[in-house]
Design a protein around this ligand. Structure first.
Ligand code: DC
Length: 228
């Protein structure tokens, strides 16, 4: 761990399955920071939308529901933060296909994003935090001292996701995984509000041929450099 670290916030953005969570968790551990993946909030909220039964097209009802929703951030393992929605822990439900299929539609609603951004900034007030997502460097925390944007080809990301699903012993088809990622990339990059893109001052790291450790080490070195 680096002593007397001045830096308080690291924004980490990038496309689906690029490794933000794996990198963020390891980095948080070595820096003594917390890690929060904002995708978790969009997924938890989508879970609630499905349960309440609101259509993803009903923008006004979605915004009202977001405004009435309570999010609490709770530490899990080794600095990894989870989110509790209206007092309920839904972490085991948010990777299901129903949530997966709707989340990017819900995430494009301005009123929903406004609520998420306010809550995410509230969390960031604690400092010593790595926050991952799509718009952290551009919209949520443009004042973060270090902004990282991870990239890798869609084929490489599909490979990583495919292997991860196999390890979890889930039924999986590489071509379906690839098509799903391409669709998610398209939704995330082409939406009108807060599309996926690097902040002007973000450091872009191409992870295509790097191991997880190499990516973490590279960011760690950047932190050390900023601290000096
Ligand atoms: O990172 P993820 O796959 O868990 O994200 C789920 C969805 O939420 C994805 O469609 C992108 C969206 N999202 C977003 O729009 N902004 C964020 N800061 C994080 C996630």
């Amino acid at each position: 761990m680096i002593g007397n670290l001045k830096l308080q916030l690291i924004a980490m953005d990038g496309p689906v399955a690029v490794g933000k969570s794996s990198v963020g968790r390891l980095l948080a551990r070595s820096l003594g920071f917390s890690f929060f993946d904002t995708g978790f909030m969009y997924r938890a909220f989508t879970w609630k939308v499905l349960r309440v039964g609101i259509s993803p097209d009903d923008v006004s009802a979605l915004s009202q529901l977001a405004n009435k929703t309570r999010f609490d951030f709770v530490p899990c393992q080794e600095g990894y933060l989870s989110v509790i929605i209206d007092g309920e822990d839904v972490s085991s439900d948010i990777l299901c296909p129903e949530v997966e299929g709707k989340v990017s539609l819900i995430a494009r609603v301005a009123g929903v994003r406004q609520v998420m951004v306010t809550q995410q900034r509230r969390l960031a007030e604690q400092g010593k935090l790595i926050m991952a997502g799509r718009d952290i460097g551009t919209v949520v925390l443009p004042w973060a001292e270090l902004k990282i944007f991870l990239v890798a080809s869609v084929e490489e990301r599909a490979n990583r996701r495919y292997r991860e699903l196999l390890e979890r012993e889930e039924k999986v088809d590489y071509n379906i995984t690839l098509a799903d990622l391409e669709k998610r990339d398209d939704n995330d990059s082409h939406r009108v509000i807060s599309p996926l893109k690097p902040a002007d001052d973000a450091i872009i790291i191409d992870t295509e041929n790097l191991s997880l450790k190499q990516v973490v080490d590279r960011i760690y070195d950047l932190v050390v450099g900023l601290n000096g």
